[in-house]
Ligand binder design. Structure first.
Ligand SMILES: Nc1ncnc2c1ncn2[C@@H]1O[C@H](COP(=O)(O)OP(=O)(O)O)[C@@H](O)[C@H]1O
Ligand SMILES: [Mg+2]
Length: 388
């Protein structure tokens, strides 16, 4: 049982201070591993008794994210609170913020928890998104379809991940069934973007305004779950630069202290549209563990602990492939036997369809990221979805 502290350690946190992480998944696990390298401890809040993060952290508070008693015990065990899981209630966040510094700030989490708030914020900050409309009723949906046209995507405003809570509408006949599937949750309708690429940027920001962002990367999804990330993105330099500018502008508009991932679409016309933001480490930044002197997880920990942020440089190009579900993690013995694959297992005992079990990263000399055939060859036994 960690000792209770009346007062948290001041920033910058010294070695052996404790960072509290809400959520016990792989993002927390890799954050805790990065913190350990800096001599910092992590303490996890999760309902799970054998969580990926808890397995490698200094301590865990077992409890629900909305249980005030658990939140209290958790906050009193740590010097600062951050999260790898975004869906903490507003009351829970307020309670935490009354006890300890919370980084990124609860107001940022609230924006990212709600797609309507997120898109309104982005549009106000001058970041273009796919055209969208709030949908509260079937009449709203009919009107939104008339305004935006089809195809379009109906999304729940809250609790979506890996494509959950989304239905694509292709013809007017899809309206009724899509609405039935997702109603009565609050919804938005978004125009379907005919994108040439999905890209993302991960940016960290310190309290003094220092920014550090990793190069723009390219993401391929399979069944709406991230499958492959290529670093750097194989897009025109102007597009990569536009993405950098957007990510930095959004971090500033949020007055971020912490780490932020910005997912974007490159339209067929070359315009960069923001899809969504996540104020935490992101799956499209896992390659940074192996390709960068300071990974996204270390930058996250540094930003939260008030430590200096070095520039987010990389010493290699990289391809990162997720291991999703039973079939892919079953390749683990072959992966371990393949020279050159950096292998990461999240310690989850049970594989389920769509569950992220681990990832592999393959490095290439800087500037030598090959085309799809070369990437396929370099990933050895692990198949990925090719560009369509
Ligand atoms: N408006 C859209 N147009 C085209 N593809 C979309 C659109 N919205 C989502 N997608 C696809 O679905 C994936 C998941 O959607 P996203 O909005 O990022 O939700 P989440 O990641 O929270 O599940 C995206 O990465 C993209 O591949
Ligand atoms: Mg997404």
């Amino acid at each position: 049982m960690p000792s209770r502290r009346a007062e948290p350690a001041p920033f910058p946190l010294p070695p052996n201070a404790t960072i509290g992480i809400i959520g016990g998944g792989q993002l927390g696990r890799m954050s805790a591993l990065a913190a350990a390298r800096l001599g910092l401890r992590c303490h996890i809040l999760t309902p799970d008794t054998d969580s990926p993060a808890g397995q490698v952290a200094a301590g865990t508070t077992h409890g629900d994210y909305d249980d005030p008693v658990a939140l209290h015990r958790f906050a009193e065990s740590v010097d600062v609170v951050t999260f790898e899981f975004e869906n903490v209630s507003a009351e829970g966040l307020d309670l935490l913020a009354s006890l300890r510094p919370v980084r990124p700030a609860p107001a940022i989490l609230r924006i990212s928890q709600d797609r309507a708030a997120e898109k309104s914020f982005l549009n106000r900050a001058g970041a273009a998104t796919a055209p969208w409309r709030p949908v509260g009723s079937r009449d709203d949906l009919v009107a939104a379809v008339a305004e935006l046209g089809l195809p379009a995507v109906l999304k729940t405003t809250r609790l979506g991940y890996d494509g959950k809570g989304q239905v694509v509408l292709r013809t007017p006949d899809d309206i009724a069934s899509a609405f039935e599937q997702l109603h009565p949750k609050p919804l938005i309708l978004e125009k379907f973007v005919d994108f040439s690429h999905e890209i993302s940027v991960i940016v960290a920001r310190a309290e003094d305004g220092t920014l550090a962002s990793f190069d723009t990367v390219e993401n391929r999804h399979r069944e709406q779950i991230l499958d492959l990330t290529l670093a750097p993105a194989r897009v025109a330099p102007e597009i990569a630069a536009a993405a950098q500018g957007l990510a930095r502008r959004i971090a500033e508009a949020l007055d971020l202290v912490g780490l932020l991932a910005v997912e974007m679409f490159v339209g067929a016309d070359g315009r960069v549209l923001v899809n969504e933001i996540a104020p935490r480490p992101h799956n499209s930044g896992h390659w940074t563990i192996d390709a960068c002197p300071v990974s996204q997880f270390e930058l996250h920990i540094r930003a939260v602990a008030g430590l200096p942020l070095p520039p987010a440089v990389r010493h290699a190009d990289a391809a990162m492939k997720n291991l999703v579900g039973l079939e892919e993690v079953a390749l683990w013995p072959e992966i371990l036997a393949t020279p050159g694959l950096c292998a990461h297992h999240y310690g989850k005992r049970e594989a389920r369809p769509g569950r992220k079990m681990g990832h592999v990263t393959r490095l290439f000399p800087k500037g030598a990221l090959p085309g799809d055939e070369g990437v396929a060859l370099a990933l050895g036994p692990v198949p990925f979805s090719r560009a369509g």
